[in-house]
Design a protein. Structure first.
Length: 243
């Protein structure tokens, strides 16, 4: 008898970057996934606040054909936490040195409680136009970028990353998070043991609370840049479990 059971639809890996960055930080991971013929797409994160960014990313995720594995780095983790179930086609989550907040939590309060993070001492306050006049956003001071954000890349690469960084609106750290997707979807997490930006202690605790299948890597906050193979390995683990 012929087996007429349909094979599961292929899964697209959707990569969502975090604050002070853009999608180019995923280049090494994209290269590895494409070499293995895994469908992958990077999604721009506007970095304008939890509600605004959730709306945008949920819309982008929902327009990807078929099933999606949402992968978030840093603040991008908070956004996939809010956007994944709204998109309707996300089947799993991967947190890469990322926040996984619960409903009602505020990222500013979470990072303030970290003993590992030094990010708040490295930030520069800036202004950008808004309908109400001006709003506050933050960038990392170039002199502190290497130590606070990307300690395990070369000094030359860190200077480039500092020069092309994208500031993040203060609303990212002051708005309350909504119902978390990790309560409904399976999740995986990479904890960067030398993360002094999000804070390894915060990321580790959030991954445990989300019941994520976790791997700890000896890396800085930008583990996807310094060790793309380690990140890709966890993505493959998730894909295999979801197939």
């Amino acid at each position: 008898m012929t087996d007429t059971t349909a094979a599961p639809a292929p899964i697209t890996v959707a990569l969502v970057h975090g604050a002070f960055a853009d999608s180019s930080g995923w280049s090494g991971v994209v290269e590895e996934l494409q070499a293995e013929f895994v469908s992958v797409q990077a999604i721009i994160n506007p970095l304008r606040g939890i509600s605004h960014d959730t709306d945008y990313v949920a819309s982008a995720l929902g327009q990807i054909p078929g099933r999606v594995l949402a992968v978030g780095h840093s603040y991008g983790g908070a956004i996939i936490t809010n956007a994944a179930t709204r998109a309707g086609n996300v089947v799993g989550l991967v947190y890469v040195a990322a926040f996984a907040p619960d409903e009602g939590e505020v990222l500013g309060d979470i990072t303030a409680g970290s003993k590992d993070s030094v990010l708040n001492t490295a930030l520069v306050e800036l202004q950008y136009p808004s309908p109400d006049g001006h709003a506050t956003e933050y960038a990392i001071h170039p002199d502190h970028f290497h130590h606070a954000f990307a300690a395990d890349v070369s000094e030359t690469e860190a200077r480039v990353m500092a020069a092309v960084q994208r500031p993040v609106a203060a609303a990212a750290f002051t708005e309350k998070s909504g119902p978390p997707a990790w309560k409904e979807l399976p999740s995986w997490a990479i904890v960067a043991g030398a993360d002094t930006a999000a804070g390894a202690d915060v990321v580790r605790a959030m991954a445990k609370r989300a019941n994520a299948t976790s791997v700890e890597v000896d890396a800085s906050h930008v583990v996807m840049v310094s060790q793309p193979a380690a990140v890709t390995a966890v993505i493959h683990q998730a894909l295999e479990a979801l197939t």
